[in-house]
Design a protein around this ligand. Structure first.
Ligand code: APR
Ligand code: ZN
Length: 381
């Protein structure tokens, strides 16, 4: 008779491996950490996979407002290990995604039909603490901060119930972590937030993970022309395969890229997306839009305290400037549907995943990311 011995860890502190950013800009260190049991309305998750997103890199470099030392990572898929008191939306054994923007269903954003930037978010700025203002992580006797209500570069994490989405039990856990951030952020910005129209012209600044997902969304919406802008030409072949019709490297142009986009489209694009997080490319995206009816979506997360300066008189011409986070989706309500859509072949996230590596090869994964070789690299636990 086969007998399975499953250690019951609920209610106990778990010791496991996690990546810690000890101080600004230092290399991540894989350490042994203690993960406390979940308190009321919290969930402890055994991570299965996590993507490396540009925002994690910004955070580790200290470009965002965040407390060190912390455990990075927010794009995660895992299985509920245990739940705290009062948790009703998930149970141990459920497959879940972590949500960098929670959905509390009580705040002004959550109660508004259009709002998704829940007031319980911990990105802008990141306190790195749970809702009760304490942390669940300890390493070498030191308190370690969380990041973005997630912290997924760890074998176990604890998050508030409002930052967890239960997903289809058939979901392939080695892949769907990117549906926790990259896919809704990019694809959602195009299909849900901009509502890109059939036959329209688009420009996408940044052809990394998020930009590629935007391109997928523009293509799925029937855009007739998609201009892709990136300083790394290694990104161009894949971008073309996803639907980019014209590739531009601003460093090889004799004129500002927005001027080139204007000339290519004669009047400016219908939809412009910025997926880098730099003021200069945000301005270029804005200046690439049709003056009257163009819509410019800011998707990239800019570094803390950076400013955006636009030509003020030009504003009245009618263009729309919109910031968008996680595709404007109300996260717990909508993100599980993207997993189901993937399982039903309505969207294909596979081309967005270029690398999968075991968690202990985290440094190699970051090297590949910094060398511009990855679209998305997923770490597997
Ligand atoms: N001009 C054009 N392209 C640039 C520039 C620039 N000045 N600087 C960087 N890029 C390109 C990079 O070559 C890369 O292909 O932007 C792309 C960024 O992609 P990734 O590093 O893969 O980052 P990603 O995960 O896609 O996130 C992009 O969206 O969610 C936010 O915080 C995230 O701000 C980040 C952005
Ligand atoms: Zn809320």
């Amino acid at each position: 008779m086969e007998r399975k011995f499953i250690m019951d860890t609920s209610g106990k502190t778990i010791t496991c491996r996690a990546a810690i950013a000890w101080k600004t800009g230092s290399t991540l260190a894989i350490e042994e950490v203690q993960v406390d049991p979940p308190k009321a309305r919290e969930v402890r998750i055994k991570m299965i996979s996590t993507g490396i997103c540009g925002t994690d890199d910004h955070a580790v470099k200290g470009l965002l407002s965040i407390n060190f030392p912390f455990i990075p990572g927010h794009e995660g898929a895992g299985i509920v290990e245990s739940i705290g008191e009062g948790v009703s939306s998930v149970k141990p054994g459920d497959k879940v995604l972590t949500l960098a923007i929670p959905q509390c269903r009580e705040c002004s954003s959550c109660l508004h039909p259009k709002g998704n930037f829940c007031e319980k978010q911990d990105v802008l700025p990141s306190s790195g603490l749970m809702l009760d203002k304490t942390s669940r992580f300890t390493c070498k006797g030191k308190k370690i901060y969380h990041s973005f209500r997630a912290s997924t570069f760890t074998e176990y994490t604890v998050v508030p119930e409002i930052a967890v989405a239960k997903i289809d039990a058939a979901a392939p856990m080695d892949k769907v972590s990117i549906i926790s951030c990259e896919v809704p952020t990019g694809y959602g910005a195009a299909v849900n937030s901009a509502k890109v129209t059939r036959g329209s012209t688009c420009v996408v600044f940044g052809l990394g993970g998020v930009g590629s997902a935007i391109v997928m969304g523009c293509k799925a919406s029937g855009a007739s022309r998609i201009i892709g802008v990136d300083i790394n030409e290694e990104k161009f072949p894949r971008a073309r395969a996803l639907g980019v019709t014209d590739c531009l490297n601003p460093r090889n142009l004799k004129k500002p890229v927005q001027q080139v986009v204007m000339e290519m489209t004669r009047v400016g694009v219908d939809f412009a997306f910025e997926a880098i997080g730099l003021s200069d490319t945000m301005i270029a995206a804005w200046d690439s839009c049709h003056r009257s009816y163009g819509v410019c979506l800011m998707v990239g997360v800019a570094s803390s305290n950076s400013q955006l300066s636009l030509n003020a008189p030009d504003i009245i011409s009618g263009r729309t400037l919109k910031g968008v986070c996680l595709g404007d989706y109300k996260t717990r309500d909508c993100i599980p549907q993207l997993v189901t859509d993937y399982l039903q072949n309505k969207i294909n996230i596979d081309p967005l995943i270029t690398h999968q590596l075991p968690f202990d090869q985290l440094h190699k994964a970051f090297e590949l990311y910094h060398a511009g070789k990855t679209i998305r690299c997923i770490l597997l636990f």
